[in-house]
Design a protein around this ligand. Structure first.
Ligand SMILES: [Zn+2]
Length: 330
């Protein structure tokens, strides 16, 4: 596109080289500049730009052989290949930034910041369903109540389809995961809430957030076999630096380790992820898998602690095969 500035420059030069139609005014000669900000006009462009005011190509000074003359007259100003080359690193840097910025945001921010992307995702047998936080909480609560009341899967599917307003096909995927029939299939990119709550240990030896999670779990699933906390706090029995020592963690036991208990355990583990935002859950570990709010985008990662030289029972505990560990924000 020819800009007004281009036309002005060319016309000014033309008026100097040849008389302008209807004008005797001679413009002052512009200074010759090599600024990289100026563009070099191609011969064809010069001809088009000045059409009607210039002599024919055969006699004008814009033919390739007259380029030096045009430069001398200030009609042509160099953009120069050096300038384009000089800008290349900046163009590459901008391109890299455009590509990396969203990736960085995904790592450090919840995906909820991206419109149209659900907070939670369920994937069972190659069929995936996305839910927002409210839908995930509703579906998980319906599933928990169904587990508590020992409802059959078709009943749970219908209940979730109605409660969340999704198709029965999608509801089957969600129900399969949230009742524990599919392991590490339900994940969310939220959690670790930042609401202010007391960090002092309550009567049970838990912080206010941890005690809220404990009570919520039992309200949803009924009485559970819980451990990892005690009045006054615990000081042993866990790995160094464990959230249990701060009263921020609860263990829900599902013993003995078998398929039936494994299903129950996964129902609880995935319920906690669905409600991670509301309950400020930071970590859930179960059945050789770990979900953390900090790396929620990675879903349920493999969790393989060193169990060498440990008894089978000790190894099962370390790998969390027999209990769901949940800890909340401090
Ligand atoms: Zn634990």
């Amino acid at each position: 596109m020819t800009t007004h500035a281009d036309t002005a420059n060319v016309t000014r030069g033309v008026c100097e080289a040849v008389p302008c139609p209807g004008s005797d005014i001679r413009m002052p000669k512009p200074p010759v500049t090599h600024s990289s900000q100026h563009r070099q006009l191609s011969p064809a462009r010069e001809l088009q730009t000045s059409r009607g005011t210039l002599p024919s190509p055969s006699e004008n000074s814009f033919a390739p052989s007259g380029l030096d003359e045009a430069r001398r007259l200030g009609l042509v100003e160099d953009l120069g290949e050096t300038s384009a080359t000089g800008r290349l690193p900046w163009v590459i840097a901008a391109g890299v930034a455009v590509i990396l910025l969203p990736a960085l945001l995904v790592l450090i921010c919840p995906l909820r910041w991206f419109p149209g992307v659900g907070d939670c995702a369920v994937s069972v047998n190659d069929r995936a369903v996305e839910l927002d936080t409210a839908e995930a909480e509703t579906a998980a609560s319906v599933a928990a109540r169904s587990v508590r009341l020992k409802r059959r899967l078709p009943t749970v599917v219908t209940a979730i389809a109605r409660a969340v307003d999704i198709s029965e096909t999608d509801a089957r995927v969600v129900a399969t995961a949230l009742t524990g029939r599919a392991s590490h299939a339900f994940t969310c990119v939220h959690g670790g809430g930042d609401d202010e709550m007391s960090e002092k240990l309550g009567p049970a030896g838990l912080t206010a957030r941890a005690d809220r999670a404990r009570r919520d779990l039992e309200r949803a699933f009924g009485p559970q076999k819980l451990g990892g906390f005690a009045p006054g706090g615990v000081t042993s029995g866990h790995m160094p630096g464990s959230a249990h020592y701060e009263g921020r963690a609860v263990d829900a036991f599902f013993r003995p380790v078998n398929e039936r208990n494994r299903t129950k355990g996964w129902a609880v583990a995935q319920y906690l992820v669905a409600h991670a935002d509301r309950l400020a859950v930071e970590t859930v570990i179960y059945d050789g898998r770990i979900w953390t709010a900090r790396r929620a985008g990675a879903g349920w990662r493999s969790y393989r602690p060193d169990t060498s030289r440990r008894s089978a029972e000790a190894a099962a505990i370390l790998e969390h095969l027999d209990h769901v560990h949940v800890d909340v924000a401090d």
